[in-house]
Write a protein that binds this ligand. Sequence first.
Ligand code: ZN
Length: 210
Amino acid sequence: MAVSVIRSNTRQAASAFTPRAKARGISADLSMKGDTMPFTPFHIGPALLIYSLLLFIDPFALIFGSTFPDLEGFAYFITNGTTPHGPLHSIIGATLIALITATPTSIIAWKIIENASQKKIRAPSLKITVASALLGAYSHIFLDSLLPKIFYGDVNLAWPFAYWTPLLDAVTPEQMYLFCTASFIAGTIIILIRTRNKKISNNNVQDNQN
Ligand SMILES: [Zn+2]
């Protein structure tokens, strides 16, 4: 979901097709940069929900992986790019962005935390970090690929091969916003409860050992 316009009135948006954009299957809204709002942060909601269920994974890599595919959306906004959802919104592109940017960024983030922290912090293993970055990036392109064609018709999961985005138009932007927001709230609550329980059980183990 990127850096893209989400309008409640899709009919209004449909009427905004220009011949050139229409020929490419891309909404004119995608080329109306001033009339857009960032959607990228909403990807953090589902990432938090995933982390709440899989606390052993790397949260940084997961969040970086789930937001970095939209780097091309930002590039589109600040340049004369033709589309906000290009190669990075594909299975191959998401894999590359996870391996080349999200994984190293996460490793750096853990190093910074380790250096800044008084306590000993154990960073996740490289295998976990890579898997988390991939999970985040795939969750991003999966969610984007469900959205309306009018905004996301340029997502080709099979890039550089023939167009293949089978679930396009499966949900409305409103449903996606709701899901992402609910995921953020549910994920945060579950993480708080599970980490609290973990702390309590760790303390109990320590008390029993003493
Ligand atoms: Zn996106």
